[in-house]
Design a protein around this ligand. Structure first.
Ligand code: GRF
Length: 207
């Protein structure tokens, strides 16, 4: 499939995908000058920057985004640091073909500042989730999750860094599984039609 990765930040998840030879045909950013755009350019991947202020209201932004994806014949999409809620027309166009990575064990702590929310709640275990995108924020069927323990002296920065290391393993694994047709969706439940590359339990212990 032809994949687009939608970004808005540092681009460490984009880098993780590229390191695992994942085919990325287009990178779209909602912010100018971010690290993710530089990573795309270094790899010779076409980039488009769509700044929300230039496409008002929201429906105009989403329609511009759909046009860009259509022009590049994009068949599947990954949200990796794209901090905008997409409207139903975009989500429907990529039904079960759009993945998001979120820094919490969903359904706990959806939305913004998930790591801060988890720390403020006093959780002892945190983690990362890759899920299909549906119109509700961070609500779609869960593809992969992994956990890390929260240390007593963890700050938002230290915990985020450990969670991002999980993301960098989970996202390429989920994306490759979708690319290879190995994900079966039954309502809310997603099954992978093969054993994962590695034990997620072992992975969390290593972290
Ligand atoms: C990730 O931590 C992801 O959970 C969140 O946005 C962050 C993007 O980081 N949705 P990066 O730009 O991939 O480094």
């Amino acid at each position: 499939m032809r994949w687009a990765v939608l970004v808005g930040g540092r681009g460490s998840n984009l880098q993780a995908l590229l390191t695992r030879d994942f085919p990325v045909s287009l990178v779209v950013s909602h912010r100018e000058g971010v690290g993710a755009l530089q990573i795309a350019k270094t790899h010779g991947i076409p980039t488009v920057t769509l700044v929300p202020q230039r496409h008002q209201p929201r429906a105009a932004y989403d329609s511009a985004l759909l046009n860009v994806l259509g022009e590049h014949r994009i068949e599947a999409v990954i949200l990796a640091g794209f901090m905008r809620v997409l409207s139903t027309p975009v989500v429907s166009a990529y039904h079960h073909r759009m993945l998001n990575v979120h820094p919490s064990l969903l359904p706990a702590f959806p939305g913004l500042d998930a790591v801060r929310q988890a720390l403020d709640h006093g959780v002892k275990v945190a983690g990362a989730t890759v899920h299909f995108v549906t119109p509700g924020v961070d609500e779609g069927p869960i593809v992969l999750q992994a956990a890390v323990g929260v240390e007593p002296d963890d700050s938002e920065e230290t915990l985020s860094a450990r969670i991002q290391r999980l993301e960098h393993r989970l996202l390429p694994e989920a994306a490759w599984a979708l690319e290879r047709g190995q994900l079966q969706v039954d309502g809310r439940v997603v099954r992978m039609a093969r054993a994962p590359n590695h034990s997620l339990n072992r992975m969390s212990q290593e972290e």
